[in-house]
Design a protein around this ligand. Structure first.
Ligand code: ATP
Ligand code: MG
Length: 558
């Protein structure tokens, strides 16, 4: 782990564990797991489950497994598994042992299914899908028994073995648990536990033509790994009786406790893997790691830090109440982290040239500036030259006193440099400013001029020494706060979620920048060097967050 363990606020799950430990349950062991399905990339919602499971293991000197829930071969891939491992490590967590796979248990799961059959607790059903659906009943109506429900044990065993041997067509029959078709809990109405599916599996290849269902697989995998607390999201609450039923009815000496918590829903984004995958395949984003994506790989590329994400997960806490969390809370965590740790630099995003008439031609003065205002990160050199760039938005020919930047005849301070005064604005035929002519006061380095008022401080870079850069400004991918609830999320896509600025200039000290290095571009926001595209001689920076939360202001109608 990259940081010392910090006290984390307690929550109802930690309270349960504290009680368990007090009573010596599980022999004092705490063992959790994180069970992603390798059918997509991890997203910010997963970060909540990761911080919870790995955080508990860390704080109780326990263990946390990474288990790939790979029972649905159609959608799973090795690319996704590798990416999940990389994202987990990036977030700062290391799993116990090597990753586990539900598919490692296929043989054991099969044996447990036979055990259920032998106990008269499972049967092979040949009803077609429609008949099964019709006989399931509704929330208010009990289901009806399948005509195959009372098949003799020997016949069930024989059919199940032949299902495994590949004698039957896909979908022609299933193995069902024999529980209670009249249960008020629909999950207990003889759920399917095996289906026939001729699918190549990334790990077991073509060894199996029957695959176990999630509910059957999950609890048994937990028990086989000695998990003590199986933490999952609230939609599995109704599955808990089934989780327990399977473990109570097979011969296994571990019975983990399933505890449900509310999933994370973030406003202005989606966290459904299916929909995220749609954004990728339809080319609406550049990939799973597009910086607008709520995937961990996306927000990493955007410049969000593992520390900020862990802090966010601590802040939002763990409860049993479903709520929607505002994106600005996550962005604030990023902002605070970067404010504390990111070195400062100057970048001019929309440059206009300034010629300082009384500054000698060819002269280069190396001004020194701290890399960070509070932490000692050393200093950097800012070459001061006769020609510099400032941002177009920092000049107006005339403006009232509230405009704390440059106006004609007005004085401003160059950040970490001299006070300059604007003498003239040169324009092209269309009236666009092409150059500003200024003078500087050589007595003002680190000292305020006497008896004159300087309007404000603006950032700048040397025209000859600065480096060209591309800057990508990201905004939210969706205009609607709950795009996932719309019948078609395409309508909610924000057409202005990416703006590319190609003519930016950054200070010379950024020439050696490493991918993913982060900065506060003074007065502009927090930026990071793009981890794929930024190279020496081709600088590309992504805006991670603005300096202040402009959305909160919008929400308040300001
Ligand atoms: P899908 O979108 O495919 O339904 P899932 O959310 O079930 O995905 P998994 O890969 O099965 O994805 O998730 C792994 C673990 O992460 C599960 O234990 C799940 O409960 C947890 N998890 C997933 N999404 C969230 C979320 N938004 N908030 C908290 N935990 C989550
Ligand atoms: Mg799942």
């Amino acid at each position: 782990m990259s940081e010392p363990v910090k006290a984390v606020a307690t929550n109802f799950i930690r309270n349960i564990i504290n009680e368990d430990l007090k009573h010596g349950k599980n022999g004092g062991r705490v063992h959790t797991r994180f069970p992603p399905e390798p059918n997509g990339y991890l997203h910010i919602g997963h970060a909540k489950a990761i911080c919870l499971n790995f955080g508990i293991a860390r704080d109780y000197q326990g263990l946390c497994n990474l288990r790939f829930d790979d029972t649905n071969p159609a959608k799973e891939s090795e690319e996704f598994s590798r990416a999940i491992e990389e994202d987990l490590r990036w977030l700062g967590f290391e799993w116990h042992n090597t990753p586990y796979h539900a598919s490692d248990y296929f043989e054991q799961l099969y044996k447990f299914a036979e055990e259920l059959i032998e106990k008269g607790l499972a049967y092979v059903d040949e009803q077609d899908a429609d008949a099964m659906r019709a006989s399931r009943g509704t929330l208010t109506e009990p289901g009806t028994d399948s005509p195959y429900r009372d098949r003799p044990v020997a016949e069930n065993l024989d059919l199940f073995r032949r299902m495994r041997a590949g004698e039957f067509e896909d979908g022609s029959m299933v193995l069902r648990a024999r529980i209670d078709m009249a249960s008020s809990n629909l999950n207990m109405r003889d759920p399917v536990i095996y289906r026939i599916r001729r699918q190549h599996h990334i790990r077991t290849k073509d060894a199996w033509v029957i695959y176990p269902m999630y509910d059957f697989t999950h609890g048994i995998s937990d028990a086989l790994e000695g998990i003590t607390h199986s933490l999952c999201t609230l939609e599995f609450e109704d599955h808990r009786p089934l989780y327990n039923w399977f473990l109570d009815n097979i011969t296994i000496d571990c019975h983990p406790q399933q505890i449900e918590f509310a999933r994370l829903s973030l406003a202005y984004t989606i966290t459904s893997k299916r929909k995220l995958s749609q954004l990728v395949t339809e080319g609406l984003v550049s990939g799973w790691d597009d910086p607008r994506m709520p995937t961990l790989t996306g927000i990493r590329r955007r410049g969000f830090t593992p520390r900020a994400i862990r802090r966010f997960c601590d802040l939002i806490g763990v409860t049993k109440k479903n709520t929607v969390t505002d994106m600005s809370i996550l962005e604030d965590c990023v902002r605070q982290d970067l404010d504390a740790h990111a070195p400062r630099a100057m970048a001019v995003l929309d440059p206009v040239k300034v010629v300082i008439e009384n500054y000698p031609e060819g002269k280069v003065e190396m001004l020194e500036a701290p890399r960070h205002p509070k932490t000692d990160l050393g200093t950097r050199e800012l070459p001061m030259t006769r020609e510099i760039y400032i941002d177009r938005a920092d000049f107006r020919e005339s403006a009232n006193k509230k405009f704390k930047r440059m106006v004609l005849e007005g004085e401003v301070r160059l950040r970490n440099g001299y006070v300059i005064k604007c003498l003239q604005a040169i324009k092209d035929d269309e009236g666009n400013i092409t150059e500003l002519r200024c003078s500087y006061d050589p007595e003002t380095l680190g000292v305020n001029p006497e008896g004159r008022k300087v309007r404000g401080v603006i950032h700048w870079v040397s025209a000859s020494h600065s480096l060209p850069a591309q800057v990508r400004l990201y905004d939210r991918l969706f205009k609607e706060s709950n795009p996932g609830s719309l019948s078609d999320f395409h309508e909610a896509i924000n057409p202005e979620s990416l703006r590319i600025l190609d003519n930016c200039r950054v200070e010379a000290s950024l020439g050696e920048v490493q991918p993913e290095q982060q900065f506060q571009f003074e007065r502009e926001g927090y930026f990071c060097a793009d981890r794929h595209d930024c190279k020496p001689g081709h600088l590309v920076f992504n805006r991670s967050v603005s300096l202040r939360d402009s959305w909160a202001k919008l929400d308040q109608g300001a």
